[in-house]
Design a protein around this ligand. Structure first.
Ligand code: SF4
Length: 181
């Protein structure tokens, strides 16, 4: 095998001749975190930074995330990039609801995270007012390196998430708080 090809590190476990034992959480986490299918919900300038992040120079494909999905049902990472007007809020929520579990959300840039410079009646002051957010990427706009950092933080979360989390009472409660169906 070429030395240039890197493979993911094996999870912690017990190895012996002809066997390797580890936890189900570790194996599922390893598979999930290296095969994220992002749905780019880009409404303005931060989306342009994301285009750069996807391009050959920054190459998000290195993280197993090159397969963008514009269909919510085939995506597990919602990346919200840009100013979200209040009128757009119900659309964003519907996209989130259409994504199958397990799913994660990154708010990319100041607008998605907090409304940014648009402290005005028509702009949603952060998408976490309508959907739960896992990682916030600061900046106006964030550089591609920051967006990659956000994806890596999501990978950390995904890799450590228990397969039981989505059925837990705490998670159900979180969804109820956001009135997510
Ligand atoms: S955070 Fe800045 S760069 Fe990003 S969408 Fe808002 S105004 Fe544009």
């Amino acid at each position: 095998m070429s030395e240039k090809i890197k493979i993911s590190e094996a999870p912690e476990g017990h190895a012996g001749p002809g066997f390797f034992a580890t936890s189900l959480d570790s194996v599922v986490g390893l598979a999930r975190k290296n095969s994220i299918w992002p749905l780019p919900f880009a409404t303005s300038c931060c989306g342009i930074e994301f285009m750069s992040t996807m391009s050959s120079h920054y190459d998000l494909a290195r993280f197993g995330s090159e397969r963008l999905s514009f269909s919510p049902r085939q995506a597990d990472l919602l990346m919200v990039m840009g100013t979200i007007a209040k009128k757009m809020g119900p659309v964003l929520r519907q996209v989130y609801e259409q994504m199958a579990e397990p799913k994660w959300v990154i708010a990319v840039g100041a607008c998605a995270s907090s409304g940014g410079i648009f402290d005005t009646y028509s702009v949603l002051q952060g998408i976490d007012r309508i959907i739960p957010v896992d990682v916030y990427v600061p900046g106006c706009p964030p550089r591609p390196e920051q967006i990659i950092e956000g994806v890596m933080r999501i990978q950390d979360l995904i890799g450590k998430e228990s397969v039981r989390r989505r059925n837990s009472k705490e998670y159900q409660q979180l969804m109820e708080e956001y009135l997510v169906k």
